[in-house]
Design a protein. Structure first.
Length: 220
């Protein structure tokens, strides 16, 4: 399989949380990001061919996923969603950047047709989106580099399948807490130390008031 070089990038609190609580937009904690950290995020967007989030992030945050705080070209926006469950008024369906929705064969035809009136839709998998096949498709379409901006479920699936090369974290200098509050990586988790994904710290530096760490995935 060929696939894009892939970086998970996220703002994360000291205790590893992505937001204030389940169902609350991550934009709430991003209000505390200073301009230098925001520029770092948008510099990354400007350098890659594609930017991906899960459907829950679209429904909760309604992001634009465009380059706005620095000069640069907007990457292609990519959203995997098994049931094509994207609000028809979502910002990613606007024409300011190209968008590809990957969905499954079981997605309702009416939802797919509604999305196809605005963006490109590709069926990729039977019951759910086949992420491995999706990544191969993206690479063949010229998307050689990709950032993933969450949420925790898509982060888990990408890591579980060995589809991530780096993790970059913008550290938010506060604690949120909460048992059910989403963390950087969700899902069922690994069951043993033999399965865990190992990383190596490549760089750490400050941008404004935020520590940023860049981690390489170690492939055996």
């Amino acid at each position: 399989m060929s696939r894009p070089y892939t970086i998970i990038v996220s703002e994360v609190t000291v205790d590893g949380k992505l937001t204030l609580k389940k169902g609350v937009s991550s934009k709430e904690i991003m209000k505390f990001m200073d301009e230098d950290a925001v520029r770092y995020l948008h510099e990354l967007r400007a350098k890659v061919d594609g930017i991906m989030v899960g459907a829950e992030t679209i429904r909760t945050d309604n992001p634009f996923l465009t380059v706005r705080h620095v000069e640069g070209k907007n990457p292609t926006r990519i959203v995997p969603t098994a049931m094509a469950d994207i609000p028809i008024n979502a910002n990613i369906l606007e024409k300011d950047a190209p968008t590809i929705i990957f969905t499954s064969e079981k997605a309702p035809e009416d939802k797919v047709k509604n999305l196809e009136e605005k963006v490109e839709v590709i069926r990729c998998g039977d019951e759910k989106v086949d992420l491995v096949k999706m990544m191969d498709t993206l690479y063949k379409r010229g998307i050689k580099s990709l950032i993933v901006e969450g949420g925790s479920r898509i982060n888990w699936e990408m890591i579980r399948l060995g589809l991530v090369d780096e993790i970059r974290i913008i550290h938010m200098p506060f604690v949120v807490g909460g048992i059910s509050t989403p963390t950087l990586v969700g899902g069922e988790g690994f069951n043993s130390l033999d399965e865990i994904v190992k990383t190596k710290l490549r760089a750490h530096f400050m941008r404004g008031n935020h520590l940023i760490t860049e981690w390489e995935i170690i492939f055996d």
